[in-house]
Design a binder for this molecule. Structure first.
Ligand SMILES: Nc1ncnc2c1ncn2[C@@H]1O[C@H](COP(=O)(O)OP(=O)(O)O)[C@@H](O)[C@H]1O
Ligand SMILES: [Mg+2]
Length: 304
């Protein structure tokens, strides 16, 4: 068995397939290999290419309790590479809880207990040997409410690369900042005011700043928890286009309560109800011909 860390690169990231603003070949984030040393083990491709899209992450039999209250029941789900997986379901069904399991954000919540197996490129992310800081570099997160740091636009993006030691010098850091802002479709709007505070931007721009901050450390996976629910329709459309472009270089899992959004941006959809994964399939299948009557009832607006 070949260790994923030493495996040959058989599944290269697609180059030049995204829009001009998001291709990693153009951003240089991948080509320069800046992030490689800091993400040993997580950045490596899986061992073999296969005709079926390989999962970037796998979850098996995940159960989770907040104190006495069980919030997830035997959830098993694959998150395929270079696809967008949408997590849908009524409020309180466990979407955010499950998403947080994928980069161990629940570790920070008092009284949480989890059982089950979650892997990134075959590696158990709950294994004792895992460095959680390194894990969260590989599996980044974007939240519902844009949350720029109280710093300049430049320093918002430079923060992660600095703490992970991804740039040798100022020129390299400048390059990462520029390429990340380009990747998030924000560069042309902010290139003349990188020293102004991140929170001086509009809501939609702030959310793209947070996405730029997430991609600045070259993650494998980006988790997004209702990233558009605080935004107006135009800013929302902008983020949805961005999500579609980002999947050329990243793997994305997005929680959304907006079913049109799930249908627009995702290739896979997972429907949760009361902490259980009811159905998981190609998005088209879920929205046109779901197998479960509960999914049908939810997507046709009968509850939720
Ligand atoms: N920090 C927490 N402490 C206790 N219970 C929580 C916490 N976060 C979520 N829950 C509970 O877990 C269940 C799932 O919540 P959540 O994952 O936030 O659902 P969703 O994102 O689908 O709306 C709900 O019953 C919620 O009340
Ligand atoms: Mg939620």
């Amino acid at each position: 068995m070949v260790s994923p860390m030493n495996a040959p690169q058989q599944t290269p990231r697609p180059a030049q397939t995204g829009s001009a603003q998001t291709s990693s070949a153009q951003t240089g984030l991948v080509q320069t290999g800046l992030a490689e040393p800091a993400r040993a083990g997580f950045g490596a491709p899986a061992p073999a290419a296969s005709p079926v899209p390989e999962p970037r992450m796998t979850a098996r039999n995940v159960n989770l309790w907040y104190g006495q209250k069980q919030a997830l029941f035997e959830v098993s789900l694959d998150i395929p590479k270079h696809q967008v997986t949408a997590l849908i379901g009524p409020s309180g069904c466990g979407k955010s809880t499950f998403l947080r399991c994928l980069n161990r954000m629940n570790d920070t919540i008092e009284g949480v207990r989890m059982e089950g197996d979650i892997r990134l490129d075959g590696r158990d992310i709950y294994d004792r040997s895992i460095d959680v800081v390194e894990l969260r570099q590989a599996v980044g997160m974007v939240f519902q409410k844009p949350n720029p740091f109280p710093k300049s636009i430049y320093d918002n993006i430079a923060y992660g690369p600095r703490i992970h030691g991804l740039a040798q010098d100022k020129a390299e850091l400048d390059e990462i900042v520029e390429n990340s802002l380009k990747g998030a479709g924000l560069w042309t709007e902010v290139q003349d005011r990188l020293d102004t505070p991140g929170n001086s931007l509009s809501g939609g721009q702030q959310q793209r700043l947070c996405i730029a901050r997430a991609i600045a450390v070259s993650p494998e996976v980006i988790l997004m928890d209702e990233p558009c629910s605080a935004l107006d329709p135009i800013a929302t459309a902008h983020i949805e286009e961005l999500i579609d472009a980002l999947r050329a270089n990243f793997t994305i899992a997005i929680v959304t309560h907006n079913m049109q959004q799930a249908a627009r941006v995702s290739q896979k959809t997972a429907f949760f109800h009361l902490g259980k994964l009811i159905e998981h399939d190609d998005t088209e299948q879920i929205f046109t011909n779901p197998r479960q009557s509960m999914t049908q009832d939810y997507i046709t607006g009968r509850f939720g």
